[in-house]
Design a protein. Structure first.
Length: 228
């Protein structure tokens, strides 16, 4: 009897040890082991050349994109990273634009200012601005109530967090010239609407002018100073 049970027991022990080793390496389900603490101190020698909004380091930029597509592949790849709950990636003729929501699977993704009300019971369960009306716009991915975290300005996202996402995009799609990343709630909701149009099989080209105006407003065109 013991001899018959020996192989299954050994097999289970091997499986448990394997899973334990994966957990120790940070390989949680659906998340990349690349980073878990973007706020940890690092040596200057460990930093690499900045991979996002690079053109704005050297002078003013324009967002005169002539092509617009939604990238399901890049969106999925960023979604799997620690710190990212949802990522929507739009690609143009030379740039990638990322709209995202932040989760709690990584430390140091943004500043301490909290924009989302997750208490839910102070006034209205879903909307504390209208406690007698709990309805929310159905097309909004994030409404600020009982949602994942956003950041009103892209500068509130930490350098290392944006760097990790930009490096992944550049590795997967080397023809990308520059990467722009924001967790602004309005930008996220608009990009979600664009993604829905793509899922329906519709071309995003009729939205190109609106898109260029949106990213110009969100990311600006003036030269920016490099972050420390």
């Amino acid at each position: 009897m013991l001899r018959k049970l020996g192989f299954p027991i050994c097999g289970m022990l091997f499986l448990l040890l394997t899973l334990s080793g994966c957990a120790e390496n940070g390989r949680e389900y659906g998340k990349s082991p690349d980073h878990t603490n973007f706020g940890a101190p690092v040596e200057k020698t460990e930093e690499t050349e900045r991979s996002y909004q690079t053109q704005q380091l050297y002078g003013p930029v324009t967002h005169n994109n002539s092509k617009l597509e939604y990238s399901q592949f890049l969106s999925n790849q960023l979604h799997a990273m620690n710190g990212v709950n949802t990522a929507i990636v739009m690609t143009t003729d030379q740039n990638a634009y990322v709209a995202l929501m932040i989760d709690s699977s990584a430390v140091g993704t943004k500043g301490t200012t909290k924009e989302t009300n997750n208490q839910g019971t102070n006034k209205g369960f879903y909307n504390d601005n209208a406690p007698l009306n709990d309805s929310m716009p159905s097309n909004d991915l994030n409404n600020g109530y009982n949602s994942y975290e956003t950041a009103v300005h892209h500068d509130l996202l930490s350098h290392r967090f944006k760097q990790a996402m930009a490096e992944k995009i550049r590795t997967l799609q080397p023809n990308i010239m520059d990467v722009y990343i924001s967790a602004n709630r309005d930008f996220l909701n608009k990009m979600n609407n664009y993604a829905q149009e793509s899922w329906k099989g519709h071309s995003l080209m009729p939205l190109l002018t609106d898109f260029n105006q949106t990213v110009t407003r969100v990311f600006g065109t003036a030269q920016v100073l490099p972050e420390d």
